[in-house]
Design a protein around this ligand. Structure first.
Ligand SMILES: [Zn+2]
Length: 885
C-alpha cells in the first residue's frame, strides 16, 4: 500500500526525545475558554536545543523554564507555533545533554467547542447550571487542552488543580483528592473569590496523556460500594444528569457484578479507592476509560423506559469493557496508536465473556457474528473493499480511523482464535505474564505475542503475520467423504488464496454428529489448518455420521462452505446439531440456496421443502426464544458474499421469501406472536429480552402482507407495549406500512418522546428506517425541527445513519444523491457519522449498472465538496473508494 495516502505513516512515530516524569497542571474554567498552566518535569534523553510539543488549536501565552513548579517567574523562552501542524517549537537557551533535567512551564488557552468532541468540549448543560465541560483525550485530545508530548509512552504522574464557577457540583480529574488542600474531599472556595471553587488531585501512578480527564459539571450522584473477597473496598459513584439517579440503579448493579466477575475470572483487582462513572451527553463513542473516571454516553449509561434491548445489552458490555481497561490499557498501555488493537481487542474479549456468562451464550455469539457480517460497518465488508483490514495499520489520516470494527470486532476474533489455538490454560498463563511483565508500562504487538510464545513454547509468527498484517480473511471450504471399508471419515479443508499468498492459521472447531443429534465419541476437536490444504481423518468410524458439524460457533473469522453437503444433511443439522450456533447456520444455508435462486431468477419457485423446515421450526416450542428468533429471521445479506452488492435484487428476494412464509404460515405466526407474553416482564432488567426479539421477528413476518389485519396487530402491540423495544419495533413496522394511522401515530410518538435523549433517538431511528416514499422528506422535516440539534451525536447518528443500511430506499438515484449530500453536510459537524454513512459506497466498484455510475458520480461530488482541510478522513475515504473502481 502506498504510504503517501496516509497523513501519519508509521515511521513518523520515532523515539521520544525526553523522559516525562510529572505534570503540574492548573486549569481555570470560564464560560468560553479554559486557561491552562502546565509544568512538564522531564529528563532529556537525546541531546537537544529545541523541544517539539503537540499543541492543537491553542492560544499560546507564555513559555518559560523554571526551577520549581511554583516559581513566580522563570526564564522566558522564544517559541514558534505552527497551528497547521499542531506543533509548538520551543527554543531552549542552550543545548541540553542527555540526562539533564528540565522544568518547562506553558501558559495557554483552549476554546471548547460544541461539536469537536475532543479535548475539553461543551457538553449539554442542565437548566440553570453553568456551562458543562467534559473531556475526551483518546487519541489526541490532550494537545487540544495544553501542549504535551501526546504519546502513549509519555506516561507520568500528575498534580492537577481545577478552578471553576462555585455553582458546579463536581470538578473532576484523575487520581486522589489532595486532602491538604481539600480536607473534606470536595472543592473549596477560592481565597478572595467566593464565586470560584478549587480542587487539587494527585495522580501517583504513571499515566498516558490519552487517559487524562478534566471535567466541570453539574451532576447528581449515586454512590455504592463493592467489596472484594480480599476485603478491599471500592467506592462506586455514578454522576448523572440532575434528577436521574434512579436510572443509574440497574447500571450500578451491572457494574458491581462486572467488578467482582473481573476479579474472579480475570485475576484483576482494582487498586483505587473510588471508581466513578460519568454521564456525558455528547460523544462520538460509547465510553472512554480515564483511569478511575469512566465516561459513558448518557444514552447508554442510564437505563429507563426508553432503553432499547440492544442498548441494554450494550450497557452490560460497555460497563465491563471500560472497567477492564483499568488492567488492559491504563496499567498496561499500548506502545503507539498502531497497537491500539491490543488495548481494545483483549478488552472486548473480556466483555464478551462477561456477556456470555449473563445471557444465553449462543444468543451472544450469534449477535457477535451479526456484527462481523454487518454489511455497512462489519469487518468482512470492509475487507471485501481490499483497502482496509490490517489490524496493525501502516498509517492513518486521523487517529479516530483506528476506532473501527477492524479494531473492535476482527481483532477481538483474533484474540478468541488465539485462545482456541493455545487452549484456555496456556492462554491464561500468557496473559498473566503479559500483564505482570508490562505492569504500569507500555507494550507493543510483538511483546504481547512473545508472552504467549514463551508460555506455550511455540512460534506464533505465521498466526501473527496473516491475522495482523494482512488485508483479507480466510475463505475455507471443506469436502467430506466416508470410506466404509477403512471405517474412516475424511474432511479435506482447503483455503482459497491469491497466488503467492501465505495461508492463514485457522482453528476449525469440528465434531461428527449421529442421527440422534449426539456427537460421536472422541470426534470433538479444534483442527488447526495451517496449509493451503489439509486432511482431517477420523478413524474407527463404524457408521457414517449424519453430518459433520464444522466451524462451530464461528470458530474462525472468515467464510466457510461445506461443498458437498446436501439439503437433507443441512435439514438434519438445522434440527439436530448439538452446537446451537451451527443449527442456525445450517438454516441460513438452506435459506441462502433459495435466495441465490431468486437472485438469478426472480420468478423462481420457492422450494416447498424449505418452507416445510421453516414451519417445523415455527412449531418447535422447545427452542429458546432467541434461538427461534434467529432461526426465523430472514436476513437481507447472503452468505455467498459474491452477491452482497446486488442490493435491489437482495431486497426483492427477501420480499419473496417473507411473502412465501407469510402465505404459508400467517395463522401460526400470529398464534405464536399472541402467546408470547412481553407486557409484564420479570424483575430483572434482563428478563424479556429474548421474547421481545422473537416477537419483533414474528411481527415483521406477519406485517409482510401489509394488510389491514396486520396494521391492527401492529397498533395493538404498540399500545399494549410496556417496554421500549416492543413499542419502537411496532412503530418502525407501522412506518413501513400503508396504514392510515401511520403519520398521526408517529407525530404522537414525537410529542411523547422528543424531550428525552434516548426516546428522541428511538423516534429518529424509526423515521430514518421508513420505507414509504416520503421518507427523505420526513428526515428533512425532523432535521428542521427546533428540538433537533445536529451537534448532538446521539440524535445525528439516529436520524441519518439508519438510511445508510435502508437498502430499499438508499439504492435508487434519489437515495444515492441524498447520501452524498448528507455526507458532505455532516463532514465538518460530525465526521464519525459522516464517515460511517460513506461506508455505504465502499463497494462502489462492485455495484451493478446503473448504481455503479450513480455511486461514482456521488463520490466525485463528495471528493470535490469535502477537501482535506475540512475532513482528512472523508476526503481520503472517498478517494480510496474511487481509486478502487
Ligand atoms: Zn475500549
Amino acid at each position: 500500500m502506498n504510504h503517501t495516502r496516509f497523513k501519519y505513516p508509521r515511521e513518523t512515530f520515532g523515539d521520544l526525545p525526553v523522559q516525562l516524569h510529572h505534570l503540574t497542571i492548573k486549569l481555570d474554567f470560564f464560560e468560553d475558554r479554559v486557561e491552562a498552566e502546565n509544568c512538564l518535569h522531564m529528563t532529556v534523553r537525546h541531546e537537544l536545543e529545541q523541544l517539539s510539543l503537540d499543541a492543537n488549536a491553542l492560544e499560546i501565552l507564555h513559555v518559560e523554564l523554571v526551577e520549581r513548579p511554583d516559581d513566580q517567574s522563570g526564564t522566558a523562552l522564544s517559541y514558534e507555533y505552527r497551528p497547521e501542524e499542531n506543533r509548538l517549537l520551543v527554543n531552549l537557551p542552550r543545548r541540553h545533554r542527555s540526562g539533564e533535567r528540565l522544568l518547562l512551564r506553558t501558559l495557554t488557552r483552549c476554546f471548547p467547542s460544541d461539536h469537536i468532541l475532543e479535548g475539553i468540549y461543551k457538553d449539554a448543560t442542565p437548566p440553570g447550571a453553568p456551562q458543562q465541560f467534559i473531556s475526551q483525550c483518546e487519541q489526541w485530545g490532550f494537545q487540544r487542552i495544553m501542549p504535551i508530548f501526546d504519546d502513549c509512552r509519555a506516561k507520568c504522574t500528575m498534580t492537577t488543580t481545577l478552578t471553576a464557577d462555585a455553582a458546579y457540583t463536581h470538578l473532576i480529574s484523575n487520581g486522589n483528592i489532595n486532602l491538604h488542600t481539600n480536607p473534606d474531599g470536595r472543592p473549596v472556595i477560592q481565597p478572595g473569590d467566593p464565586n470560584r471553587q478549587v480542587i487539587t488531585y494527585e495522580n501517583p501512578v504513571p499515566m498516558a496523556p490519552y487517559l487524562f480527564i478534566a471535567a466541570a459539571g453539574t451532576w447528581d450522584e449515586l454512590g455504592d460500594e463493592v467489596v472484594y473477597p480480599s476485603g478491599h473496598r471500592v467506592r462506586l459513584e455514578y454522576l448523572v444528569p440532575p434528577g436521574r439517579t434512579a436510572d443509574a440503579r440497574i447500571p450500578m448493579d451491572i457494574l458491581k457484578e462486572a467488578v467482582l466477575w473481573i476479579g474472579r475470572t480475570q485475576d484483576y483487582e482494582y487498586r483505587g479507592d473510588t471508581y466513578r462513572t460519568i454521564c456525558m451527553n455528547k460523544s462520538d463513542f460509547g465510553g472512554m476509560e480515564n483511569v478511575g473516571n469512566t465516561t459513558i454516553v448518557t444514552d447508554a449509561a442510564l437505563i429507563d423506559d426508553h432503553t432499547m434491548d440492544a442498548s441494554l445489552m450494550y450497557a452490560h458490555g460497555v460497563i465491563a469493557h471500560e472497567f477492564e481497561h483499568n488492567q488492559c490499557g491504563s496499567e498496561t498501555t499500548m506502545e503507539t496508536p498502531f497497537d491500539v488493537w491490543l488495548n481494545e481487542a483483549y478488552t472486548v474479549d473480556v466483555e464478551r465473556q462477561f456477556l456470555a456468562d449473563l445471557f444465553d451464550p449462543t444468543f451472544v455469539r450469534l449477535r457477535q457474528v451479526d456484527s462481523i457480517r454487518d454489511p455497512l460497518l462489519g469487518p468482512l465488508g470492509i475487507e471485501d473493499g481490499g483497502r482496509l483490514g490490517r489490524i496493525v495499520r501502516e498509517g492513518f489520516n486521523d487517529p479516530n480511523e483506528l476506532i473501527d470494527t477492524v479494531t473492535y470486532v476482527k481483532a477481538a476474533e483474533v484474540i478468541r482464535m488465539l485462545r482456541l489455538v493455545l487452549g484456555p490454560e496456556l492462554f491464561r498463563a500468557g496473559k498473566q505474564l503479559y500483564f505482570s511483565r508490562f505492569h504500569n508500562g507500555n507494550a507493543d504487538t510483538n511483546q504481547f505475542f512473545r508472552c504467549f510464545e514463551e508460555v506455550a513454547e511455540i512460534s506464533l509468527e505465521t498466526f501473527k503475520k496473516q491475522w495482523l498484517y494482512t488485508i483479507g480473511y480466510p475463505k475455507v471450504w471443506a469436502e467430506t467423504a466416508f470410506d466404509p471399508d477403512a471405517k474412516c471419515f475424511r474432511v479435506t479443508f482447503h483455503q482459497d488464496l491469491p497466488d503467492g499468498a501465505d495461508p492463514f492459521h485457522v482453528p476449525i472447531e469440528t465434531a461428527l454428529v449421529d442421527q440422534n443429534g449426539k456427537d460421536l465419541p472422541d470426534t470433538g476437536l479444534v483442527f488447526q489448518l495451517k496449509e493451503r490444504e489439509a486432511v482431517l481423518s477420523f478413524e474407527d468410524i463404524e457408521q457414517p455420521p449424519a453430518f459433520a458439524s464444522m466451524n462451530r460457533d464461528f470458530s474462525f473469522y472468515g467464510t466457510f462452505f461445506h461443498v458437498n453437503t446436501s439439503v437433507e444433511q443441512l435439514t438434519l443439522q438445522a434440527r439436530l446439531d448439538p452446537n446451537a450456533f451451527n443449527r442456525v447456520e445450517a438454516m441460513r444455508r438452506l435459506t441462502d440456496r433459495q435466495r441465490v435462486r431468486l437472485l438469478i431468477n426472480p420468478d423462481a419457485e420457492i422450494d416447498v421443502s424449505w418452507l416445510k423446515v421453516y414451519g417445523d421450526i415455527l412449531e418447535d416450542h422447545d427452542l429458546s426464544p432467541s434461538l427461534q428468533a434467529y432461526f426465523l429471521r430472514i436476513d437481507e445479506q447472503p452468505l455467498e458474499r459474491r452477491y452482497s452488492t446486488w442490493y435491489p435484487e437482495l431486497v426483492a428476494a427477501r420480499d419473496r421469501l417473507m411473502a412465501a412464509v407469510n402465505q404459508a404460515y400467517r395463522r401460526q405466526l400470529v398464534e405464536r406472536f399472541l402467546h408470547l407474553h412481553t407486557y409484564s416482564p420479570g424483575p430483572s432488567a434482563r428478563d424479556g429480552i429474548e421474547e421481545r426479539l422473537l416477537k419483533g421477528v414474528l411481527l415483521e413476518l406477519i406485517a409482510a402482507d401489509d394488510s389491514p389485519e396486520s396494521h391492527h396487530l401492529i397498533l395493538d402491540h404498540y399500545h399494549a407495549a410496556t417496554a421500549a423495544n416492543d413499542r419502537v419495533t411496532a412503530l418502525l413496522l407501522l412506518n413501513r406500512s400503508s396504514a392510515a394511522e401511520r403519520l398521526p401515530i408517529l407525530e404522537m410518538a414525537y410529542e411523547q418522546w422528543h424531550r428525552h435523549l434516548s426516546g428522541y433517538a428511538n423516534y429518529l431511528r424509526v423515521v430514518s428506517g421508513g420505507t414509504c416514499d416520503d421518507v427523505f422528506d420526513m428526515i428533512e422535516k425532523e432535521k428542521g425541527r427546533s428540538s433537533f440539534d445536529i451537534t448532538q451525536p446521539t440524535w445525528t447518528r439516529a436520524l441519518f445513519l439508519p438510511m445508510a443500511t435502508n437498502t430499499r430506499m438508499l439504492w435508487t438515484d434519489h437515495g444515492i444523491r441524498w447520501l452524498a449530500d448528507k455526507v458532505i453536510e455532516l463532514a465538518p459537524v460530525n465526521t464519525t457519522t459522516s464517515s460511517r454513512m460513506l461506508n455505504a459506497f465502499q463497494h462502489v466498484g462492485k455495484l451493478r449498472a446503473p448504481l455503479k455510475e450513480w455511486g461514482i458520480t456521488a463520490l466525485e461530488k463528495i471528493l470535490a465538496a469535502v477537501p482535506d482541510s475540512v475532513s482528512p478522513t472523508i476526503h481520503a475515504q472517498s478517494r480510496s473508494y474511487l481509486d478502487s473502481v
